[in-house]
Design a protein around this ligand. Structure first.
Ligand SMILES: [Zn+2]
Length: 622
């Protein structure tokens, strides 16, 4: 996922857990059978009975905003008389085992985990089928009206599964350790097309029934569905884009380097194992920058800047095809294994394509995000460790800059210590060894010691990086001449109130972002006005620049050039959680919470549940 830091003002809502989550010794599995770790965010007991394949048959009704149908699972039963699935806000109608009706029970409800769905099975049960429907509370789904789309002619639906939301639209063993293959039949209104994290159609068909197949085993959080009036355009024979008609050409142009990115990634860490790499650009309420759904990345339209300046997002989601999708974190406490590796890999892809300068700018922006996050988390230092303990909390609490940017900094520091050649050989073998499997932090450390450090007689403070809060003293120092020049230009302006625009002519959006983000606390409203008059930040077409400019405007009480109306409009259109929470957090810091609440009244309806839940907490709404 590409989300960058989301700073939570109010964090930890400690949730009561039912007995199912309490630590229980893992049972010895049969010889050769996989042993699953106990984990705090799924009711499933896969060591007893585990799903291996899903055949999903659903109807999508936009009028009632309900998905209904049957989820049929092939299972492996390890001698148990029950199989437990995760379910949240679902209506379960009936369940069968080997084709015969069987008993099932929904257990106690937990705010974050939902309910265990326990199904009675027999020793020889090979298949169970659950007939169910979603409800109005389903958190994974966002139903959009035509008005909320780019073309404004048809409604739209998309899902977001990570971290534990897939259970809100499919009853499933929703643990990253449980991998399944799947096929699906999805019935949608005739004028719309459905796509999934699977083999996809490239054209609409006449009856509105679409069949999907995902033959590589994936965890539940990577099952994804989007439905809209969309079209496809290829970039190469294995890459391409889906978008609404009015966006399609722009999107294809913006992402035209996709094939080059796949080639660069393969040159670094081995073959791309998922055959096809497409991106679908969703309506602006999509809560993340991107989501690495296999074969089909979901992306926010806020990266369509017209100049390819924000396409590191595509490099990031592509990198997840190795770190995350191929080698998956075993539990959400190991989330840094997904995201830290992905940021490292993303920056390496960007370096291969566009050079060291651009790569270091990205790395330095992440470094500043990390400092901001450390500041935000200073009261809860345990949350600044790479390996987390999220038992009793929502895994969303761990999805911040620590996993991403501290994870990156660890790997970059390691690279500088062992040398790039050793690092790359090690990462390549790590991805190969763990392909289509999960790994946890402890297994990673063992693998690192055996295959990189001990072998080359290198000592490194791995344990400190992973198990201690904050940033170790040996952290790599990242430098960028371009950013140093930006800082100089800013300093001169602050001293003289004059700015030499010839020095800024060739700045990239990243340099502009760096410029704006580094305003001192005492920058005056007059200085803000002068900069806005010169560079028209308030009306920038680059969403990243406007976002940081709006943040500074809120923090510094700048109201010129109608910026307040632009901020309200932005928050009422864009649902990308990183952007939205940055701005609401600025309102809170500036003690302008009433203004924020006023905007949120109308904006909330445009947000996906993961964004709305975060903002609810920030603004203290119920
Ligand atoms: Zn990511």
């Amino acid at each position: 996922m590409y989300m960058k830091n989301t700073i939570f003002l109010i964090l930890t809502s400690i949730l009561a857990l039912t007995s199912c989550q309490e630590n229980k010794q893992t049972q010895p599995a049969e010889e050769n059978a996989k042993t699953y770790l106990q984990e705090p965010h799924s009711y499933a007991q896969p060591n007893d009975a585990v799903i291996t394949h899903l055949d999903l048959d659903i109807n999508v009704d936009f009028k009632s905003q309900v998905i209904s149908g049957t989820a049929t699972y092939d299972i492996e039963n390890n001698g148990s008389n029950k199989i437990i699935l995760d379910s949240k806000y679902l209506e379960i109608e009936s369940v069968t085992q080997n084709g015969e009706t069987t008993d099932f029970k929904l257990g106690g409800f937990d705010e974050s985990l939902g309910q265990p769905l326990t199904v009675a099975i027999k020793e020889d049960t090979k298949q169970i089928a659950i007939t169910y429907s979603t409800t109005a509370k389903t958190e994974a789904l966002q139903w959009l009206t035509a008005q909320q789309t780019a073309d404004k002619t048809n409604p739209f639906l998309f899902t977001q599964g990570q971290a534990i939301l897939t259970r809100t639209w499919i009853p499933i063993q929703d643990s990253p350790q449980v991998r399944i293959t799947y096929e699906a039949t999805v019935k949608v209104p005739q004028e719309l097309m459905a796509v999934m994290s699977a083999e996809n159609p490239k054209e609409k068909n006449e009856n509105g029934v679409y069949h999907f197949k995902m033959e590589q085993p994936i965890p539940a959080y990577l099952i994804a569905l989007a439905i809209g009036d969309i079209e496809y355009k290829a970039i190469s024979n294995r890459t391409g884009v889906y978008a609404e008609k009015s966006m399609l050409d722009k999107v294809q142009e913006e992402f035209s380097d996709m094939e080059k990115m796949v080639v660069a990634a393969e040159n670094l860490y081995g073959d791309y194992d998922w055959e096809q790499f497409d991106v679908i650009v969703l309506p602006p309420s999509f809560p993340f920058g991107g989501m690495e759904n296999p074969r089909l990345t979901f992306a926010t339209p806020t990266v369509i800047a017209g100049d390819k300046s924000l396409t590191s997002l595509v490099a990031h989601e592509l990198a997840h095809s190795w770190s995350g999708n191929l080698v998956t974190n075993a539990t959400w406490n190991d989330f840094w294994l997904n995201e830290g590796f992905t940021v490292y890999f993303e920056i390496r892809i960007m370096e291969a394509l566009y050079g060291k300068d651009r790569a270091n700018m990205l790395a330095l922006i992440g470094r500043q995000d990390l400092e901001d996050e450390l500041e935000a988390l200073k009261e809860s230092p345990n949350d600044t460790k790479l390996k987390l303990d999220l038992k009793g909390r929502n895994p969303d609490d761990g999805m911040n800059s620590i996993a991403y940017d501290k994870g990156y900094l660890f790997l970059r520091t390691l690279e500088e210590k062992v040398g790039r050649e050793n690092m790359d050989a090690f990462l390549k073998s790590y991805f190969k060894k763990n392909a289509f499997s999960t790994t946890n932090t402890e297994d990673f450390i063992t693998y690192l010691n055996e295959n990189l450090l001990d072998k080359n007689n290198i000592t490194f403070n791995t344990e400190e990086w992973i198990y201690q809060p904050g940033i170790p003293a040996n952290a790599a120092v990242i430098e960028s001449d371009a950013f140093s020049n930006v800082e100089k230009t800013l300093e001169e302006f602050l001293k003289t109130n004059r700015i030499d625009v010839t020095k800024t002519e060739n700045w990239t959006p990243q340099e502009w972002v760096h410029f704006v983000r580094n305003f001192p606390k005492d920058i005056s409203v007059e200085q803000m006005q002068q900069l806005d008059n010169t560079f028209d930040f308030t009306h920038s077409t680059n969403s990243y620049i406007t976002m940081v400019w709006y943040e500074q405007s809120i923090l510094n009480g700048y109201h010129g050039n109608n910026v307040d109306a632009k901020i309200a409009e932005f928050l009422n259109t864009v649902g990308r959680r990183w952007y939205v929470t940055t701005l609401f957090s600025a309102f809170a810091k500036a003690e302008r919470i009433e203004e924020a609440k006023e905007i949120y009244k109308t904006a909330r309806g445009n947000y996906h549940s993961v964004t709305a839940n975060t903002v609810d907490e920030m603004l203290g709404m119920d």
